[in-house]
Design a protein around this ligand. Structure first.
Ligand code: GAP
Length: 462
């Protein structure tokens, strides 16, 4: 590599946001109307990346586990669910208002606590907008979005958009366990849309009002919960490491008793070193038998599990590894982002140029290979390149690019993390071979077109 990897400064977030927009990863929602705070759309590459991340989660935690099953519950549920779960009473953040400019914030972001200073506040207790220190008393603000079932907008028809996916795994506990004849320990897993009317937003997609949660409710014998907690915590951490996140950018945060959610006996967050500070990436909670016991009480249905070995009924305890997919996607982008001053190759003309290399794990890279005819004004080359493209499309996400110099096209692919670039050149026309350029080493090797699919497959699985 010619250039030097630049040490990343505080403007890293700006660079990531710009790359995401420019290269079709993430856009502000409704951008033509000026965007909406804390809502983002995923563009073509962002959507592929997100699907690949979900795919990895599904593979590791559902397909490869004999005792974890997947469900797909509704976003809207019976309003009683939220009473029973405690969300109506407890799912709130302390809200304070600046008496001078009337901007509102989460009190714990301004007045101390774990995330002190994570928002835009420059000095403790000062309003980030006007600098005043004159605040209202904190009041609890419920984060659930309200809506109505049917055309009548009154209290009896009011319900909420789910703020977590967990609840449908509890309300379906009996149906899933009996229909699938599962024995504890077993897990129910789900990935789905969740909604939170967050007070303080910002930091791009870190805290949004609509996002996907991937979580597992793992039902265990009471008394075995602490053992299973540790098993899941380790598994959970390894998942992030296997996705290529650097070990030094991850750490555990053990919640003190006073910051535990109303349902939790123990929660450990896995934090990532975001450019704006260490912050929660994912978590593991011991939800005890709280949810099943509450739903039994509120629904009048007996949700206890019958243990045929012990010949007794009990509420299993629940270990819950949870994760926001978009938050993980952001951490992955940050972790993979590199700038190379002076360019990566000798052929770079403008040596002062900074080139971007997005070094995602190749298994989750949105595009696996780019097909590039050396020049676009030679119809034989273009025809051959189109044939190669067509032969690979059924197997991989492949992109075709013929615009600009070959060096420029390699750089375009480096920016979006494409692990392999396949070039069709004049030798191809003679002997039916192409070059494969490796994103990370920039080494090239010649491969026969007939072996290309097998070769790419091999390389991706190395
Ligand atoms: N069922 C447990 C639960 O929902 P949580 O810590 O409130 O736990 C789960 O949320 C995960 O969802 C978090 O670890 C985080 O990754 C993600 N998350 C939470 N709030 C978010 C938001 N406003 N925007 C994006 N991701 C969020």
């Amino acid at each position: 590599m010619l250039g030097k990897v630049v040490l990343l400064g505080m403007d890293l977030m700006e660079k990531i946001i710009s790359l995401c927009k420019r290269r079709g990863f993430i856009f502000p929602s409704s951008e033509i109307y000026g965007g909406v705070e804390a809502l983002f759309d995923y563009g073509p590459l962002g959507t592929l990346l997100k699907e690949n991340i979900k795919g990895k989660w599904l593979k590791k935690f559902v397909y490869q586990k004999e005792n974890v099953v997947l469900i797909d519950g509704t976003v809207l549920m019976h309003p009683k669910v939220w009473e029973a779960s405690g969300h109506l009473k407890h799912f709130s953040d302390p809200l304070i208002e600046c008496k001078k400019c009337h901007f509102r914030y989460r009190a714990d972001y301004i007045i101390g606590g774990r995330y002190k200073g994570q928002g835009k506040a420059t000095k403790e207790n000062q309003c980030p907008n006007c600098g005043s220190e004159n605040w209202t008393e904190p009041r609890q603000f419920n984060l659930m979005f309200k809506t109505f079932l049917g055309p009548v907008e009154d209290k009896t028809h009011q319900t909420y958009l789910r703020p977590e996916t967990a609840q449908s795994m509890f309300t379906n506990f009996k149906l899933v366990q009996e229909s699938m004849r599962l024995k504890v320990p077993f897990g129910i897993a789900q990935i789905g849309r969740s909604f939170r009317n967050e007070i303080t937003t910002g930091n791009f997609t870190f805290r949004t009002r609509e996002f996907d949660i991937a979580e597992i409710e793992y039902f265990v014998k009471p008394g075995e919960d602490e053992k299973w907690f540790n098993v899941w915590l380790e598994d959970w951490e390894n998942f992030f490491l296997n996705l290529g996140i650097k070990k030094e950018n991850l750490r555990r945060y053990e919640h003190p008793k006073e910051s535990l959610a109303h349902y939790s006996k123990r929660t450990v967050d896995i934090e990532y070193k975001f450019p704006f500070g260490w912050s929660e990436l994912a978590g593991v909670a011991n939800r005890t038998d709280f949810d099943l016991a509450q739903h039994s009480k509120y629904s009048g249905q007996d949700l206890r599990y019958f243990d045929d070995e012990k010949n007794e009924k009990y509420f299993p305890y629940v270990i819950e590894p949870t994760l926001g997919i978009e938050r993980l996607l952001l951490a992955i982008l940050i972790d993979a982002f590199q700038e190379v001053k002076g360019g990566r190759t000798k052929t770079t003309k403008a040596t002062k140029e900074v080139e971007i290399l997005l070094k995602l794990d190749k298994k989750i890279a949105p595009i696996k290979a780019a097909v590039l005819p050396l020049v676009r004004n030679k119809p034989e080359l273009v025809k051959k390149a189109k044939e190669v493209l067509k032969s690979l499309l059924p197997y991989f996400s492949v992109q075709y690019d013929e615009l600009g110099s070959i060096g420029r096209r390699y750089r375009r692919q480096d920016e979006i993390s494409t692990p392999y670039a396949i070039t069709i050149d004049f030798k191809t026309l003679e002997d039916n071979t192409v070059t494969i350029r490796n994103r990370d080493t920039m080494q090239q090797e010649r491969v026969k077109i007939e072996n290309l699919k097998t070769k790419i497959n091999q390389l991706l699985n190395e």
